[in-house]
Write a protein that binds this ligand. Structure first.
Ligand code: RIB
Length: 312
């Protein structure tokens, strides 16, 4: 019998077409020395894979097109043990595709053609609402129609299912809805957008605290190589990261979210310990190229943490 908590991830799936370049092209420029590779991505799928590799029991809901990319993505979800019985293959539309440039320093820029991701809506809501009630936690991001995300949060709130929302890519969500989220995970750009004024001069902890004091239960502000700032009831803490050699930051935020949720579900709700684990997972993920190709497994993260603490 599987005693793990059930994690429901609803969101996008993409195929990432990656060009590794010496520098990111500026408008009008052709960079001719690119190395090309294909990897699996999409914020929803990356987070589902990260939660599964971190030991979570994951059900994923997503929309794919009617192309060969969809077959490949389905097979890869199966491989990591994700329940895909509610992934829909949509007719006459392509699977989501992301065009990604990654430079020598690991920085990226991304353009997404959402394809089937844009269709995740009423049909899924109708089919998966019972799943929301059964799940221990619902993990959402904003790469599917915003209306669907808002309805899912309302539903989860009404049935007491925990909600973790990653505010990426940045979009404004009404405060009434944000107050129904248990944990909000966002980066500094997304935090500045929500705080409505440039929060220059505020430290990361002050920003996390400012969001919390507007009624969000727990806020995790991810800070890249600096780690994460956490604000919650009785908690205000900066969780540092560890220095690593950065190859590609694509999907690091997704790795953080999926790993956080899996750990938080299994460690009795210890927010800070889960953030520490997620920070280590994200650090490891930037050492390899590609989103899902770089998401570490539980044992790798635990080893990484042990070794880093030994050396401190
Ligand atoms: O967050 C990284 C992801 O954003 C990539 O995998 C790409 O598919 C885009 O959705």
């Amino acid at each position: 019998m599987d005693n793990r908590k059930s994690i429901l991830v609803i969101g996008s799936s993409n195929v990432d077409l990656i060009a590794r370049v010496s520098h990111l092209p500026i408008p009008g420029e052709t960079v001719g020395d690119a190395e090309y590779c294909v990897a699996y991505g999409g914020k929803g799928a990356n987070q589902a894979v990260a939660a599964a590799r971190a030991g979570g029991h994951v059900t994923f809901v997503s929309c794919l097109g009617d192309d060969s990319y969809a077959d490949a993505l389905m097979a890869s979800f199966h491989n990591v043990g994700i329940d895909v019985s509610n992934v829909r293959r949509c007719s006459n539309v392509s699977t989501g595709v992301a065009f990604i440039f990654v430079d020598d320093g690991g920085e990226n820029c991304i353009a997404v053609a959402p394809g089937a991701n844009a269709l995740l809506g009423d049909q899924e809501l109708y089919c998966v609402l019972p799943l929301v009630a059964q799940a221990d936690v619902l993990l959402l991001q904003l790469e599917i129609p915003i209306k669907t995300v808002l309805e899912l949060i309302e539903k989860a709130y009404s049935v007491n299912t925990k909600v973790v929302l990653n505010l990426a890519p940045a979009q404004f969500i009404p405060w009434d809805t944000l107050r129904k989220v248990d944990v909000l995970i966002l980066n500094e750009t997304e935090a500045d957008m929500l705080l409505e004024h440039p929060s220059k001069g505020m430290t990361a902890l002050e920003r996390a605290h400012a969001l919390c004091s507007r009624g969000i239960q727990s806020v995790i502000l991810t800070l890249g190589i600096a780690g994460a700032a956490v604000a919650s009831v009785g908690i205000e803490a900066l969780v540092p990261s560890w220095p690593v050699v950065t190859v590609d930051t694509t999907g690091a935020g997704d790795t953080f979210c999926g790993a956080f949720v899996a750990r938080w579900m299994e460690n009795g709700g210890n927010l800070l310990e889960a953030v520490r684990f997620a920070t280590a997972s994200a650090a490891l993920s930037v050492t390899k190229l590609g989103a899902q190709t770089s998401i570490p497994r539980l044992e790798d993260v635990e080893l990484f943490i042990q070794e880093r603490y030994k050396n401190e």
